[in-house]
Design a protein around this ligand. Structure first.
Ligand code: PLP
Length: 391
């Protein structure tokens, strides 16, 4: 059986981990890889189309988030963008004992960048979240210090899907003259984003989360904000990020983002409907569970906690039925400790281990949602004191 054939039998519902590349983006990338292999920095005729593709891709991406093309810097993905944002804000000020403010539920790309800076003498303040995973802007107001150099709060959480009040948080940071960064890796291409409306200074994005290839992403840097280069070398990316540009991947990223943004409301409606079908299936069959992340979540994003069970074995049982979902209790598939996000949300102890994350993507159908729901119903017999909580 070919990989494509076996894929047809699988219901992939782990789109927060990564997405399937869009067919047009893949075709474009393959064509460029094969036929336009020149270095875009060269000046001969073979390079000229690549310079144009690079320029147009930057323009397309900028238009998708209401930025200027010169504000888009291509990176290798979300992790690099996050590292760059945090480190650029504090590395030049190490002698001032700089402070970084972030939230307790950030991705490891932010938390471990902060930890690395802590080792160099910075202090890190982690804002708490409520039971839905939302940061209270008043908490930020209280925590800003003279030494604070950057505030970084994610736009949407990767485990529970909670969307943060980034506009209010950025306003508070700016009122004290601080830089505001948001990790928008889970949000770009899935909910409408306008960097000017949000008022952020920097924003991280990763292509593989919006149906584009892996290993490529971008950092939005507001015009006028001075950040030091993170990778030194040649003069690519306005002398801010050195290295020969991966034009095929960049062009594919621009195309996929443009397509996702064009259909963003329609796709969101479909994904929310998939989530609703699954939740209704569980509810109507008396399954006892908690839906984490509150009402203001990414479309099609479900973090579900089941009582007295193990999310890891639940994930494997669904895998045996050709259904791919993520465990919600582990930091990642190699670690079995309870995730820092679920702990910060204070998910009840008898439910926290039994958490899985189901994230629908544009390839999923309503039938996929029904199938997953029906399998979960078979695993969980109806409960006498059923509870369905949105937390
Ligand atoms: N930030 C968030 C919120 C994420 O979900 C991820 C990936 O899961 C990253 C950062 C890292 O992105 P990348 O895989 O492109 O390095």
């Amino acid at each position: 059986m070919t990989a494509a054939n076996s894929l047809n039998k699988i219901i992939y519902a782990d789109n927060a981990a990564t997405t399937k590349i869009d067919d047009d983006a893949l075709a474009l990338m393959t064509d460029l890889q094969k036929n336009f292999f020149a270095n875009p920095s060269a000046t001969y005729r073979l390079s000229r189309p690549l310079k144009k593709i690079l320029r147009e891709s930057r323009e397309k991406i900028a238009a998708c988030i209401n930025a200027e093309p010169k504000e888009i810097i291509f990176t290798s993905g979300g992790t690099e963008s996050d590292n760059w944002a945090i480190k650029s804000a504090v590395l030049a000020h190490l002698n001032e004992c700089p402070n970084i403010i972030t939230s307790a539920i950030e991705h490891k790309a932010i938390l471990n960048s902060c930890a690395a800076m802590e080792n160099l003498g910075c202090s890190v303040t982690k804002l708490p979240v409520d039971k839905f995973g939302t940061v209270n802007p008043n908490d930020l107001q209280k925590k800003i210090l003279l030494q604070t150099k950057i505030v970084s709060v994610m736009l949407a959480n990767n485990e529970v899907g909670t969307i943060q009040p980034v506009k209010s948080l950025a306003e508070i940071a700016h009122a004290s003259g601080k830089i505001f960064h948001t990790d928008a890796v889970q949000a770009v291409g899935h909910i409408p984003i306008d960097v000017k409306l949000l008022g952020v200074d920097m924003l991280s994005a990763s292509a593989h989360k919006f149906n584009a290839p892996k290993g490529i992403g971008f950092l939005y840097v507001r015009d006028g904000l001075k950040i030091s280069p993170y990778i030194d070398g040649g003069s690519q990316e306005f002398s801010r990020r050195a290295g020969t540009e991966n034009v095929p991947a960049i062009a594919a990223m621009a195309l996929a983002l443009e397509k996702n943004c064009r259909d963003i409301n329609q796709t969101a409606e479909k994904l929310s409907a998939c989530a609703k079908i699954l939740l209704e299936c569980l509810q109507s069959n008396g399954v006892d569970f908690i839906l984490n992340g509150g009402e203001n979540r990414l479309p099609g994003h479900l973090s579900l906690s089941f009582k007295d069970c193990d999310g890891e074995s639940l994930m494997h049982r669904l895998d045996l039925k050709n259904i791919c979902v993520a465990t919600g209790s582990a930091c990642n598939s190699q670690q079995t400790k309870i995730s820092h996000v679920l702990q910060a949300l204070k998910v009840p102890q008898d439910y926290i281990r039994g958490t899985i994350r189901i994230t629908f993507g544009k390839e999923n159908s309503y039938d996929d949602a029904k199938t997953i729901g029906n399998h979960l119903v078979k695993i969980f017999p109806p409960c006498q004191n059923q509870q369905f909580l949105i937390r």
